[in-house]
Design a protein around this ligand. Structure first.
Ligand code: DX5
Ligand code: ZN
Length: 216
């Protein structure tokens, strides 16, 4: 079954407690947590303390997206804090294979993310070692940006490679996804849909998630 992962930091930051309850009630499959360091991306969010706090509040699996430079420095902290899926950027580390292996060894599911300008060919070698590939459909750093439509070709291309190799790798797509375009993303081959403003910018999260699910 395809999964919907609300990006929690697009919610009301002064009332995350309530936002988590609401997306739980709305039937979210995962909670996507964006970690930004102000170096890899031009924005700063929070550290593993936030993951720990969310973990203590809910049993929904946590999908932690590290938009940080040299993520190998903090892998252990994020996993100890309760990350179930830990995704690092191909562009953020020189030793991608080592990082991915470490994530698995420490008990989380490893994911690799690529920015809009990074070609699929850059993850050919790591594909067999990760559970998830996250295709960024906006330039990482901010919620509320326009979906980059050429991402759909990347999703289709990756989908073909995964089938040809008979892998189980899930394709996750992140950035600019709303009820209106979720079908295009899903039809291209996405298995996990991340949505920030597309959910938290609406009045009724439950209704929005249900509408999205109908279109998957
Ligand atoms: C972007 C983040 C996304 C973002 C999604 O850097 O990785 O997860 O919060 O927000 P929307 O869906 O509003 O583009
Ligand atoms: Zn993200």
């Amino acid at each position: 079954m395809k999964k919907i992962a609300p990006s929690i930091l697009s919610g009301n930051l002064l009332n995350l407690d309530r936002e988590i309850e609401l997306i739980e009630e709305a039937g979210a499959d995962l909670i996507h947590v964006d970690i930004m360091d102000g170096i890899f991306v031009p924005n700063i969010t929070a550290g593993w303390g936030l993951v720990d706090a969310i973990r203590n509040k809910t049993d929904i699996p946590l999908d932690v997206h590290l938009m940080i430079d040299r993520p190998e420095r903090y892998i252990e902290d994020f996993i100890n804090s309760g990350a179930n899926i830990l995704t690092v950027h191909q562009e953020g580390t020189i030793h991608l294979h080592r990082v991915v292996e470490k994530i698995r060894e420490l008990g989380a599911s490893p994911g690799v993310a690529i920015n809009p300008a990074t070609p699929i060919s850059f993850i050919q070698e790591i594909l067999n070692y990760v559970d998830i590939v996250l295709i960024m459909s906006v330039n990482p750093g901010f919620s509320g940006q326009e979906f980059i439509y050429s991402s759909l070709f990347k999703i289709e291309k990756l989908c073909k490679i995964i089938s040809a190799r008979q892998l189980e790798t899930l394709i996750e797509v992140d950035g600019g996804i709303k009820v209106l375009n979720v079908a295009d993303v899903s039809n291209s081959g996405a298995g996990i849909i991340v949505s920030g403003s597309g959910i938290f910018g609406t009045d009724n999260y439950k209704e929005t998630i249900e509408l999205m699910r109908e279109r998957l």
